[in-house]
Write a protein that binds this ligand. Structure first.
Ligand code: GZL
Length: 323
């Protein structure tokens, strides 16, 4: 019995030190987080995961929601600089207009890490960026449609993300690359739904009106699942069957798109992990405590899901992760 107790004590001591060593990384550090807003289920999940990751690491996270306005993000970042935080996370709503404020952070010697979107600014103005390969996401979505329709003529309508954001630019590029050279596949209409469910529904209603009550539309490609879910409602309101009359392909892999797949109303989604903060905090830890300069771009995985991939199970797994 004595030996068992000694082993248990040793194990708990190791765990404690391991815990302390892990916790010492960013324990007590103050990190500002300028979040875009809560425009989509995925965005809400990213916020929840970031707060959880910070809590687990003993980070004092200062959170600022910009309601999708760049001026609010810039104001928040200036506030973080004035507070003298140890680091700043930014999910940049659009690609341009960041040089000045990022330079101010650099002058204040505060490392900045970009989450889930990119910026058109000099790479020396941020420590690293954690995001998916958004061109690949668009390509995977397009390749799925090419493989699904074969030689059949297919008129596509596209719901773009936020104008000027890197995911909207890149997902459009990737999808167009995938369907290039396929004469039977054409994008007839393309408009921004700003990554929101309500705008996605509204724009899809316009597409349906313009395309013979939707009867001429073969597929809708939405840059995120929230706009796809809005489009699904518009298709049903028009008396058509989403998933069969009009194919639905999108990106994010949020629970509600899997619920739509279970109902036979959605056909494909490309997964985007909401955990961008984990790799970001790991890179920050190595940089602040070990002087390790991270890769400039940390790329997260993109995986295709269809109704063949146990959508009910995927729904159950994701539900409750903050979406
Ligand atoms: C993509 C991310 C996008 C999501 C949307 O990396 O920025 O923003 O796909 C969210 O759901 O609005």
């Amino acid at each position: 019995m004595k030996v068992l107790k000694q082993l248990a004590l040793a194990a708990s001591t190791v765990a404690l030190f391991a815990g302390v060593a892990q916790a010492d990384g960013l324990q007590g550090k103050v990190v500002g987080f300028s979040q875009i807003g809560s425009e989509s289920g995925w965005r809400a999940a990213e916020t929840s995961v970031t707060k959880l990751q910070a809590e687990e690491r003993g980070i004092d996270l200062k959170f600022a929601d910009a309601q999708q306005k760049q001026e609010n993000q810039i104001k928040a970042i200036r506030g973080f600089i004035a507070q003298g935080v140890d680091a700043i996370l930014v999910a940049p709503v659009v690609a341009t207009g960041w040089d000045a404020v990022l330079q101010e952070a650099k002058d204040a010697n505060i490392p900045v890490i970009l989450l889930d979107r990119g910026v058109d600014a000099s790479e020396d103005l941020y420590l690293t960026s954690v995001a998916s390969d958004q061109v690949k996401e668009g390509r995977v979505a397009g390749e799925w449609l090419v493989n699904t329709v074969g030689d059949k003529d297919c008129k596509i309508v596209e719901l773009q993300g936020t104008v000027g954001s890197t995911p909207a630019i890149n997902r459009k590029q990737g999808f167009e690359e995938a369907i290039a050279g396929k004469a039977n596949l054409t994008i007839a209409r393309s408009q921004t739904g700003d990554f929101t469910r309500s705008k996605g529904k509204e724009v899809m209603e316009g597409f349906i009106k313009a395309e013979n009550g939707g009867k001429d539309i073969c597929a809708v490609y939405a840059h995120n699942d929230d706009m796809a879910v809005g489009a699904i409602q518009a298709i049903k309101d028009a008396g058509l069957k989403p998933g069969t009359d009009i194919l639905v392909v999108s990106i994010d892999a949020v629970p509600d798109i899997f619920a739509a797949m279970v109902a036979g109303e959605a056909n494909a989604t490309v997964e985007l992990t909401p955990n961008m903060a984990g790799p970001a905090f790991d890179a920050l830890d190595a940089y602040l405590n070990g002087g390790t300069v991270p890769e400039k771009f940390i790329i997260t995985e993109s995986k295709l899901y269809t109704p063949a991939d146990n959508p009910q199970g995927e729904y159950d797994t994701r539900k409750g992760l903050g979406y």
